[in-house]
Design a protein around this ligand. Structure first.
Ligand SMILES: [Ca+2]
Length: 569
């Protein structure tokens, strides 16, 4: 799955420990302030996929899956999954290997993609830092020589050496910084990522703490991974984030995140500053339409922690869902959760909301996902074309998005809040919005028609501070939005899962690899589809020339998947 395939998707970010507990599992009430496991599992996610899919997401980002530092330390437990200790074992706190395989299988069956969170910067070892740390407990990086020498607090984005070579983490959980300049370390990480992707059928990666690794590491790592990745570059500096977008292909758009939050958290927010940031990112990053856009994640305070205003939340979410880039919504954002980061109450247990599918922001996201998919299905260039900023006012900003010859989606956002009096934003530059007098538009947020005035102005009426999302009304037939006539749901894109086995040398041993790799059905050669059908019929595993056998569990998995995907198609 490449960047083009991911650009058409929207991502729901799950913190596996906090999203859902499986039926029948008893857990204590979750206190996110104390930093211990609350009991969410892969099986819990599996049982709550409807909650994600009914919001019309077609990709899910899950926490890292590998085995963690097992013990409690003064920094808490490894519940988020970033304190890895053994890269070829899975994290049993999240379930069994069968549970993980079942989850990924089901996500694929539903036509959704899996984004796996991974760490290449560090391994975890209990502190405090001393001269005789036992590196042998970490696998496969079990010797001191694989690491940079200890130095604390590698968080200074003004000092590259500190940022890239010093250790993250606290005194309790030391995050031993891998010597990613070493060719041996590079080769071991390349082998590992190929293993994970092929073994589990991973479609995309989210790379943790990417900025803490020199950007030169990534081009060859990405060549080994050979799938789309986006990465954490936790900085306001556009130059740094964009450098990593070139090295990796995409980053999570932190520079935009900071300015979006400032712009929308209250009526004083600076929209011109937001417009300038969008322009600068467009000039410096690889491709803004494949960056990951977000307003919340597990490392930042939730937006409702800045303001409880529902209209403000609607505006920032609507921006994420309609502007250039791949929307990423953090679990609980749809429930208007309001946690902060000191302590990490932004990681509250979602089950305490009872996974409410009637929450206002849940419904807003569901509709905007549907809208995005509807427009992009009918207009191939929509998502790949960068927006034009067509108006910046005091507390308002408006955009037009769409390929040159296509009708444009017109969006108008504001930071005036739910108690603001109704007002209108007039967009009179017919060249930039592309519509003519008398054209009938439709606002998919307010579910209201809007006719372009005789002088060619679009009069975008803002009620209760809500955002305005306008499109040509005749284009919305069949979208199911606002009960417009001709309702029919838009199917998510089916994916084909190929199955092969192959062998490779790993840590000096010949090891059988089991592949379950996904691609859009449209990309699968006809012979591949035929093979999958034949596979299901005969019960034989497909394989490449160097196949030396498929362990039964994986054979079952890949054959069943091929069969079900075949039926789906
Ligand atoms: Ca590093």
């Amino acid at each position: 799955m490449d960047a083009e395939a991911w650009r058409n998707r929207t991502i729901y970010q799950v913190l596996t420990d906090r999203f859902a507990i499986p039926e029948g599992k008893e857990v204590e009430p979750c206190d996110p302030t104390i930093g211990i496991h609350c009991g969410g599992t892969w099986r819990g996610i599996y049982e709550h996929l409807d909650y994600i899919q009914n919001m019309n997401f077609d990709a899910i980002w899950i926490s890292p899956i590998v085995a963690q530092m097992p013990q409690w330390t003064s920094d808490g437990e490894a519940y988020p999954g970033y304190w890895q200790q053994s890269l070829y074992e899975i994290n049993l706190a999240f379930g069994s290997e069968e549970d993980l395989v079942q989850l990924i299988d089901e996500i694929h069956k539903r036509g959704m993609l899996v984004m796996l969170d991974i760490v290449v910067n560090h391994m975890a070892i209990p502190g405090p830092p001393t001269d005789d740390l036992d590196y042998s407990i970490m696998h496969p990086f079990n010797k001191e020589e694989y690491y940079h020498p200890y130095c604390a607090n590698g968080y200074d984005d003004e000092d590259l050496t500190n940022l890239q070579n010093c250790w993250l983490g606290g005194e309790g959980a030391l995050l031993a910084d891998l010597d990613t300049e070493s060719e041996e370390v590079q080769q071991m990480l390349a082998l590992w990522i190929r293993n994970q992707i092929w073994k589990y059928g991973i479609d995309g990666l989210r790379i943790d703490a990417a900025m803490n690794v020199e950007s030169e590491f990534f081009p060859s790592f990405m060549k080994s991974a050979d799938i789309f990745a986006t990465a954490e570059t936790y900085t306001e500096h556009i130059e740094i984030a964009c450098e990593y977008s070139h090295a990796i292909g995409s980053v999570l758009n932190y520079p935009l995140y900071f300015q979006l939050t400032y712009a929308f958290e209250g009526p004083g927010g600076d929209m011109q500053n937001l417009a300038d940031t969008i322009k600068s990112i467009s000039e410096k990053c690889l491709d803004p339409t494949t960056l990951g856009n977000f307003a919340e994640n597990h490392d930042v305070v939730r937006f409702a922690n800045h303001t409880q205003d529902m209209a403000a939340a609607s505006n920032i979410i609507s921006y994420i869902m309609t502007h250039d880039g791949i929307p990423v919504i953090y679990y609980g954002e749809e429930q208007h959760l309001d946690g902060g980061t000191e302590p990490y109450t932004n990681r509250a247990a979602l089950w305490e909301t009872k996974h409410d599918q009637t929450a206002p922001l849940y419904k807003l996201i569901a509709n905007l996902n549907l809208f995005r998919r509807h427009v992009s299905r009918n207009h191939a260039g929509y998502l790949a074309t960068e927006s034009t900023t067509i108006d910046v006012g005091k507390g308002t900003i408006a955009f037009a998005k769409g390929a040159p010859d296509d009708p444009k989606v017109i969006t108008v956002f504001n930071n005036q809040g739910a108690d603001a009096s109704d007002f209108k934003v007039e967009l009179c530059d017919t060249k930039s919005h592309g519509y003519s007098a008398g054209d009938e538009l439709f606002d998919v947020i307010a579910c209201k028609s809007n006719t372009v005035s005789d002088n060619g102005c679009i009069e975008a009426w803002v009620s209760d501070g809500e955002p305005v999302v306008l499109f040509k009304k005749s284009e919305l037939t069949g979208s199911t939005l606002c009960d417009i006539e001709g309702a029919s749901d838009v199917e998510v894109e089916p994916v084909y899962i190929s199955s092969t086995t192959w062998t490779t040398e790993m840590s000096g041993q010949l090891t059988v690899m089991h592949s379950a790799t996904t691609m859009p059905l449209s990309d699968a050669p006809s012979s591949v589809t035929a093979t999958a059908t034949a596979t299901a019929a005969t019960g034989d595993s497909t394989g490449s020339a160097n196949t030396i056998g498929t362990p039964p569990r994986y054979a079952m998995f890949t054959i069943a998947t091929a069969f079900l995907i075949g039926s789906f198609w």
